[in-house]
Ligand binder design. Sequence first.
Ligand code: NAG
Ligand code: NAG
Ligand code: NAG
Ligand code: NAG
Length: 514
Amino acid sequence: MASLRLHHFSFVFTLVTLLSLSFPLYTHPFDFTEATVDSIQEAFKNRSLSSVQLVQHYLSLIRKLNPRLHAVIEVNPDALTQAARADLNREKNWLNQHRLHGIPILVKDNIGTADKLNTTAGSFALLGSVVCRDSGVVKKLREAGAVILGKASMTEWAAFRSDQAPNGWCARAGQGINPYVRSGSPCGSSSGSAISAAANLATVTLGTETDGSIICPSAFNSVVGIKPTVGLTSRSVVIPISPRQDTVGPICRTVKDAVYVLDAIVGYDVYDAKATKEAAKYIPQGGYLKFLKLDGLKRKRVGILRKDFFNFPKNSLHGKVFEQHFNLMRKKGATIIDNLQIANISAILDQSGEEVALTTEFKMAINEYLSQLTSSPVRSLADIISFDDNHDKEEKIKEYDQQQFLDSERTNGINSTVRNAISNMAQLSSRGIETLIREKRLDAIVTPDATVTSVLAIGGYPGISVPAGYDETGAPFGICFGGLKGFEPRLIEIAYAFEQATKVRKPPPFKSLL
Ligand SMILES: *[C@@H]1O[C@H](CO)[C@@H](O)[C@H](O)[C@H]1NC(C)=O
Ligand SMILES: *[C@@H]1O[C@H](CO)[C@@H](O)[C@H](O)[C@H]1NC(C)=O
Ligand SMILES: *[C@@H]1O[C@H](CO)[C@@H](O)[C@H](O)[C@H]1NC(C)=O
Ligand SMILES: *[C@@H]1O[C@H](CO)[C@@H](O)[C@H](O)[C@H]1NC(C)=O
């Protein structure tokens, strides 16, 4: 397992010290637990906190908790320098600063950064590979003034190497731990991002989803995840599975913080031109902040997919809590349309053709990604497979098989079977969720945890997961609001109003981690 590198401290020491001197001594120390972007910006403004102090806090908390949580793969040796620069710029220019200015963010290890951090999808095969530029989303984060704190752990290769490997496990970081129930799953594949957000190891984080990888870990770790419409956020220089389904989105403690991050990362990217240009029409004038409305549930039509998704045992805690939530949504002015079903749902969940399509697309996409690296120990899926064969033996690490890699390597591009699978998914989507939402005039469909993710995945649709409760063991569960392409504004209205009315999230019991 990689140890965290916290060097370069002396390099920035002088700058940091000089800067700290210009800040007063504080009688009321800032409360870092559950700190939000707003509370941090307020503290920046009244000078009770600097970005450097914030980064120092997160670095020391990561050092303390990460040996248990395995949520962070690398911290950025330049994070303190970036924070010091943000502090200086803030002094010079109070106006016109992005809300993420000086805010530390952890990004999932498959999101490329052109800096000292490695981008490896949790695998040793990509250690030492050099990306040619920042990913589109990281470029936008840097422009907003965010501090790249480090790389979050993840299910290795976004769970596309082996279906034997457990969720949240990767060779470089080991098994990610759910901070609420150590024996419970953190889910994946954006496990490290969700664990880190939950355990307050960063202000905000980024994850990616192909099918479930933002929604599921968000639900399991009691945080908010936004899976944007495919193409709303750029996938350039992100280690891919399939450009048809991959999307990058925020994982944060609150809907508002997730919206700040979403606002910063959406939009056109010349290196993911076709998809980001196509989806740019969904981005509202002035961004998404205006949809954070306390009365966002008012006049919303919310569809419950009862039979296929809410089959909890009678009188179970889950079942009762969700009934309370539905009642509360009614009280907040939503119309609940109950007992809905998506046509051919079992085909969508089981045999839509997603598997053969992803298996085929992965080889093409990963080979393309590898070919664009400035340098890399592996240049093709075949190279990765033989690296794994040798490396796993040499290092004697407990690795899992690479059956999915082998299946993918055997594919040969988009043939008639794959074309049929893709058009089948399009048809299932248009007859299924599209028809249901149009006919019932829904603003969102509601499902528990990550049960619906294949419905959203195969059509490129958005979803937002919000904390919904904790079961008898203390394990969190989530509620997912899903919609059609470009439904982000109304999903944000619903998610925010729901979050504010329920306030379910609580931080994990830290004492059990130390
Ligand atoms: C500065 O803002 C923070 C965050 O809102 C608050 O906790 C703190 O009390 C404020 N300090 C002063 C001196 O106003
Ligand atoms: C990236 O990986 C290399 C090993 O190839 C290591 O020396 C370096 O410290 C890593 N970077 C960080 C920021 O940990
Ligand atoms: C559902 O699938 C069956 C075949 O399995 C097909 O005949 C039917 O038309 C589909 N229904 C819808 C609404 O798509
Ligand atoms: C097309 O390729 C897929 C794998 O990508 C394979 O499973 C399928 O059998 C192939 N179909 C034809 C008609 O060759």
